[in-house]
Design a protein. Structure first.
Length: 518
């Protein structure tokens, strides 16, 4: 069984009017139907202001939305706009999508202006054209009712934007905020490529940013905006595609059986119950769940310092979907964020001139390594002793290669950068230094060994050519002492790997739900 989805490609960007013209042609609505949809918004000033007409750019035909609005300079609050949508004659699904789009915009504006959501007064996006673009796009999109909505990564460029707040850098602040977690790429142009209205709609409609899906093309529409960009393909490509429906589960999961009597959708948030640093957001993948796990929206930033009550992820879906999602969101985020939080403590305590790595990740199961790396990367901690290419020769390699000197020679022969070698004694360290090691790792866990090796290297006039590292059960209180005894780098393993999970919880908010009584 197949299903219909929308694929959108935006080589030169996207605006609200491009959404209107593209979706109206994709939905194959008549001029009268489009006029009726516009009137259903309930604002008399929008009557008869829109026509979607053929348009040609550089010899390629497409469509363009011609909008002739009366002049106004309105500052509408979010609640005012939501009241307009609620009082409209739009279909319930369209009302919900339009409202979600404006709420998404409102949250972005509230954050960049550092004010409460209810105090936001929209300027440009509160104008009639944005109400038209968002409400009409919502009506058209929900009429098509795609199973999936795929969108290309979004093009961005430098330049300036002139608006109510003056001259701003491109992308606009609201766009910057809403681009969190979205794939982007640069194009050789200037100015605004993605408008706040268009980006908010993509996010609210659940666009999945990435490559084309495997599907059969049913219809293609080109939509043009008001700008012509040079050096890049112009317009947006709207496609209706047919793709295989997901295979039906052989049997419902226990969670699905538990919530079989509950209908409607719920909204849930994953939030922190304590202060910490967020990590692992890039590892979240609903497709890893054994069944549908709802729609996930990341609202926090990787490496962000959070307090108790900070929302990291929003999840929308049925009761069963949210129950399944909890197992695949809270655990990975809690583990990676716990690592990041502990790693940040070590980084903050590290004296200037001493670098920290966490090499103990090699002792973890393979499935956990990406989560650990995400936690370390979130605070800028290295998983390796030094940056760049090098050859690491551990104790076992030294044994199998016939000793420190032979092991270093073998490492140098690889030709992959300096050789780092683990040593246990002063004698091994001196052999390593005279044979050409670039990094000597005192991996005994005893600070006395570190001090003795540093002193021996200095007395032999070999210390200047060596990066001296220390590892083996390094604790927070060891950092300053290790540096005083000559270490330039420390490898902190268990003290970071044993970090407690950052305590997160999934909190459910019911919306439009009913329960079937047996």
């Amino acid at each position: 069984m197949n299903q219909t989805s929308i694929v959108l490609r935006t080589p030169s960007g996207l605006s609200g009017d491009m959404l209107v013209s593209g979706l109206s042609r994709l939905a194959n609505v008549s001029d009268q139907q489009l006029s009726d949809m516009l009137d259903s918004i309930g604002l008399a000033s929008l009557h008869g202001v829109l026509s979607v007409k053929p348009h040609i750019v550089k010899g390629i035909s497409g469509w363009h939305a011609h909008i002739d609005l009366p002049q106004e300079h309105a500052h509408r609050t979010l609640q005012t706009i939501l009241d307009v949508i609620d009082a409209s004659q739009m279909q319930p699904a369209a009302k919900q999508l339009a409202a979600q789009t404006f709420i998404y915009l409102g949250k972005a504006e509230a954050k960049i202006h550092d004010i409460d959501l209810e105090k936001i007064a929209f300027h440009e996006v509160g104008a009639l054209d944005s109400i038209l673009d968002i409400c009409l796009s919502a009506a058209l999109f929900t009429q098509i009712a795609p199973a999936n909505f795929y969108c290309s990564p979004l093009p961005v460029c430098d330049g300036v934007i002139r608006c109510e707040h003056g001259v701003l850098a491109s992308p606009a602040p609201a766009v910057q905020e809403m681009l969190r977690g979205v794939s982007v790429y640069g194009i050789p142009s200037r100015g605004e490529t993605i408008t706040p209205t268009a980006l908010a709609f993509l996010q609210a409609a659940g666009a999945q940013f990435g490559l084309w899906p495997e599907a059969k093309l049913q219809d293609v529409v080109r939509s043009y905006g008001g700008r012509i960009l040079h050096g890049v393909p112009n317009g947006a490509i709207f496609c209706l595609v047919e793709e295989p429906a997901p295979a039906a589960a052989s049997a419902p999961t226990i969670t699905e059986q538990l919530f079989a009597s509950v209908s409607g959708e719920f909204r849930a948030v994953v939030e922190s119950t304590e202060a910490g640093i967020v990590a692992g957001l890039g590892l979240l993948d609903p497709t890893l769940a054994p069944a549908n796990a709802g729609r996930w929206k990341v609202v926090a930033g990787e490496g962000q310092q959070v307090e108790a009550g900070t929302v990291l992820v929003e999840i929308t879906g049925s009761a069963a979907e949210i129950g399944i999602a909890e197992d695949y969101v809270v655990g990975p985020l809690g583990f990676a964020s716990g690592i990041a939080t502990r790693a940040a403590v070590f980084k903050a305590a590290c004296p200037q001139g001493l670098s920290i790595a966490c090499g103990g990740w090699k002792k973890l199961p393979a499935a956990l390594k990406p989560t650990l790396r995400a936690g370390l990367a979130a605070v800028g901690l290295l998983p390796r002793l030094v940056e760049g290419d090098f050859v690491y020769v551990n104790k076992n390699s030294v044994t199998m290669l016939g000793g420190v000197a032979d092991a270093i020679r073998a490492g140098i022969a690889v030709g992959h950068g300096p050789v780092a070698v683990q040593v246990k004694t002063v004698e091994e360290a001196l052999f390593a230094a005279t044979t050409g090691a670039g990094v000597i790792m005192v991996d005994t866990g005893h600070l006395d060994d570190l001090g003795a090796i540093d002193q021996a290297l200095r007395e032999a006039n070999l210390r200047h050519a060596i990066t001296l590292a220390f590892g083996g059960g390094v604790r927070l209180e060891d950092l300053h002492t290790a540096q005083q005894l000559g270490a330039q780098a420390v490898d902190v393993g268990r003290a970071i790997l044993d970090a407690p999970l950052l305590d997160l919880r999934l909190r459910v908010i019911a919306q439009n739900t009913t329960t079937t009584q047996s």
